[in-house]
Design a protein around this ligand. Structure first.
Ligand code: ATP
Ligand code: MG
Length: 505
């Protein structure tokens, strides 16, 4: 048996030669031959630490070419890779390490001391280091290893990674992703988005989430394309690289920040063939402004940690602002009644359910939750509300957990947010349900105003009256400088609900 995911990568890269695979400012370029030898060395070093197929390897490391080699080395060793958000504190890591029980943990050298007791408590066998500069104990152990490695046999159904969800709605859950989940999605996306070995992807995303690691890296590996690997998003740096790059994958904040930059012009983006957005909703306004400034229609897609990518706007054909396009080839998607599970017809709002080779195997060590989130016929209940329009485009309406029930009436926050966002002087808004003695929940709107805007609470409420049914008009409007967002640019509605929980009581 081969190593399903890595054998796919090998087959697609072809003979590893001197073609450049990755460049990162201030660091030496890596060729495909380097990719093979460096990941082989890491795999050998991991085996030397006692790693066996099926063991977990947790990594909380800064983004670097070496961190990518750690991912590939872990896959080649047959281990289950478990990347962790670099923002997590030691106390938060105690939960992840206790839950996943990794044999090896790799962390930044600066955090080793603080993490040592946490790792010991979780029974971790070795705590290794890898710095942003590529140095550390893992690099030292790898340097001494041979440049060849016999990849551990792993079948399509074996686990390749456990990826914790972003924790937007509560405690992060470990999603078990198989070799086939990752390989099939990379193959589908490379094809759907026309990636080839001529592509040079601007990579400014973190690599501890599906978006940056699997969607971006695996897809480019499957196309034998190249990466410009930036440590973090920086609008100046992205614009500097764009005249050479062919594609960028980003979260909506990348696009809004670039739009605020004078350097974003038609000329600056002339060499690019594709801009992809996902992880959070892209405002229709952002899509339109981007198109007007650059001539490019951003391609929005939809996915989640548990499902990899499920839908995408078309590469050829119309990319419609405010939609996430069609189910990807091989993915079955339906809209169901959240309570009864009955499949709903087009235009009806319900919970989005998906099934296909992209869908994960279940939540790590949580068979009850896994069972609760799958229908009997194998469809996964995403927890996102949406609808399919008359042309077959999927629209995301929001999360089922964010649905507001006020005085017995259902209100979809997105409908109210869209009306508020359309008011002159509003940058963006978030609408949440807050505890209320009479109504159960009452609607609060948290609004970001443009610098010069004089809009006030009464102005927003009166502008919405007549446009929205009375029960949908926010009872209170609060102005803030910024909405709270996590690393992927997702608005943290739970943070807003907590901050304003006493507004109506
Ligand atoms: P948690 O499950 O821990 O609460 P999370 O759902 O934010 O966190 P992820 O798996 O990283 O964790 O994110 C998936 C979610 O992101 C989807 O369920 C969906 O709500 C949202 N999402 C992804 N892409 C889009 C998009 N294009 N438009 C709107 N929402 C999107
Ligand atoms: Mg989720």
């Amino acid at each position: 048996m081969a190593n399903h995911l890595f054998q796919n990568i090998r087959d697609r890269i072809g003979p590893p030669d001197d073609r450049i695979f990755l460049e990162s400012p201030g660091r030496p370029e890596l060729t495909f031959a380097d990719l093979m030898s460096l990941s082989a060395r890491v795999a050998s070093a991991l085996v030397g630490l006692g790693v066996e197929p099926g063991d977990r390897i947790a990594a909380q490391v800064e983004k670097s070419p070496e961190a990518l080699m750690l991912y590939l080395g872990a896959i080649r060793a047959g281990a289950i890779f478990l990347p962790l958000n670099t923002a997590y504190t030691s106390a938060e890591l105690a939960y992840f390490l206790g839950d996943a029980e990794p044999k090896v943990v790799v962390c930044d050298p600066a955090r080793r001391e603080a993490l040592a007791p946490v790792a010991a408590q979780a029974g971790v066998r070795s705590l290794e280091t890898l710095g942003a500069d590529g140095g550390g104990s893992l690099a030292d152990a790898s340097a001494a290893q041979p440049a060849d490695f016999a990849d551990a046999p792993r079948g399509p159904d074996d686990l390749a990674a456990i990826l914790y969800t972003s924790g937007t709605t509560g405690r992060s859950k470990g999603a078990m992703l198989t070799h086939a989940n990752l390989a099939s999605n990379a193959e589908t996306l490379a094809e759907a988005w026309r990636f080839t070995s001529s592509d040079l992807l601007l990579h400014a995303l973190p690599i501890y989430h599906t978006h940056g690691l699997f969607v971006a890296v695996n897809t480019l590996l499957f196309a034998a394309g190249k990466l410009i690997f930036l440590p973090r998003f920086d609008a100046d740096e992205c614009l500097r690289q764009m005249p050479r790059a062919t594609a960028m994958m980003g979260v909506p904040t990348f696009y809004t920040r670039l739009l605020r930059h004078d350097g974003l012009t038609r000329e600056a983006t002339a060499h690019m063939r594709l801009f992809v957005s996902g992880s959070a909703p892209l405002l229709a306004d952002t899509h339109r402004e981007w198109r007007a400034r650059t001539g490019h229609a951003i391609l929005e897609r939809y996915g989640m940690t548990e499902t990899n990518m499920s839908t995408s706007n078309p590469y050829d054909g119309e990319r419609i602002a405010g939609t996430v396009g069609f189910p990807l080839p091989g993915v079955a998607l339906r809209i169901a009644d959240p309570d009864s599970g009955a499949v709903l017809e087009r235009e009806k709002i319900g919970v989005i359910e998906v099934k296909g080779p992209n869908v994960f195997k279940g939540y790590w060590r949580n068979p009850e939750k896994t069972a609760a989130e799958f229908r009997g016929d194998g469809f996964f209940i995403t927890g996102d509300l949406g609808k399919i329009d008359g042309q077959g485009y999927v629209h995301i309406i929001g999360r089922a957990k964010d649905l507001i029930i006020t005085g017995g009436e259902n209100v979809y926050p997105k409908e109210v947010e869209s009306e508020i966002d359309a008011l002159p002087g509003v940058v963006e808004s978030a609408v949440v349900g807050l505890p209320h003695a009479d109504f159960g929940e009452a609607i609060g709107a948290i609004v970001v105003r443009a610098a010069s805007a004089s809009l006030d609470e009464a102005g927003v409420r009166s502008a919405l009256e007549g446009r929205l049914a009375k029960f949908k008009v926010p009872k209170r409007v609060i102005f803030v400088e910024d909405l709270p967002r996590n690393a992927m640019g997702k608005v943290q509605k739970n943070v807003l609900r907590e901050a304003h929980k006493d507004l109506f009581v």
